[in-house]
Design a protein around this ligand. Structure first.
Ligand code: COA
Length: 162
């Protein structure tokens, strides 16, 4: 199974915010943006694994700036770490009013852990990740520490359930 670069799977997905995405004051529901982020993370993970994937976890979801009807939100998704079957995708959401000449603002960020599954819904091995830039390498090391700690917690939680 050939290893793949971060750039192989990264995505950019833009959507126009419409009245059905918002409350009566015109603010877009957080859940609508989270859905877009989840879709972006799924595309990244599917491209890397070339298989079906499920969302296993969302971490550090931050709402930094509001989105309104008429805004364009753009999800930037890229892999930060890959385990055996799990892939962590950092999704950054930028928001802009396309009718105003102003730089976009970061509206949300979050880490999505996606797991590649086979036809029986069981986790399957995915290609290793090639990190190239200093930023990719630094983030990979940071997220690997979190992954290893989480593996311990998941194993303990499984043990206490049996
Ligand atoms: C995700 C799922 C397939 C994992 O199954 P499992 O029996 O726990 O499998 P494992 O213990 O072998 O874990 C598989 C991988 O997932 C990771 N994982 C499982 N649960 C996790 C969690 N809560 N948080 C982070 N990672 C998790 C494990 O660390 C492991 O990673 P690795 O292979 O890279 O080391 C299973 O829990 C599931 O189907 N969950 C429901 C997913 C879903 O329906 N999502 C919403 C719709 S897409």
């Amino acid at each position: 199974m050939a290893s793949k670069k971060v750039s192989h799977s990264q995505v950019v997905m833009s959507s126009l915010m419409l009245p059905q995405h918002a409350n009566t004051s015109g603010n877009v529901h957080g859940g609508e943006i989270m859905k877009l982020m989840d879709s972006a993370a799924a595309v990244v993970a599917r491209r890397h694994a070339r298989s079906n994937v499920v969302t296993a976890r969302v971490d550090e979801l931050r709402f930094l700036h509001p989105c309104h009807i008429g805004d364009v939100v753009t999800c930037y998704g890229k892999l930060t770490f890959v385990g055996r079957s799990s892939m962590e995708v950092l999704v950054t959401v930028e928001v802009e009013n396309p009718q105003i000449e102003a730089p976009p603002k970061v509206a949300l960020t979050g880490y999505f852990t996606m797991v590649a599954i086979d036809e029986n819904g069981r986790p399957k091995k995915v290609p290793e990740l090639i990190v190239e830039t200093p930023e990719e390498k630094k983030r990979y090391e940071e997220r690997e520490k979190i992954y290893r700690q989480r593996k311990k917690e998941l194993a303990e939680a499984k043990k206490s359930r049996t």
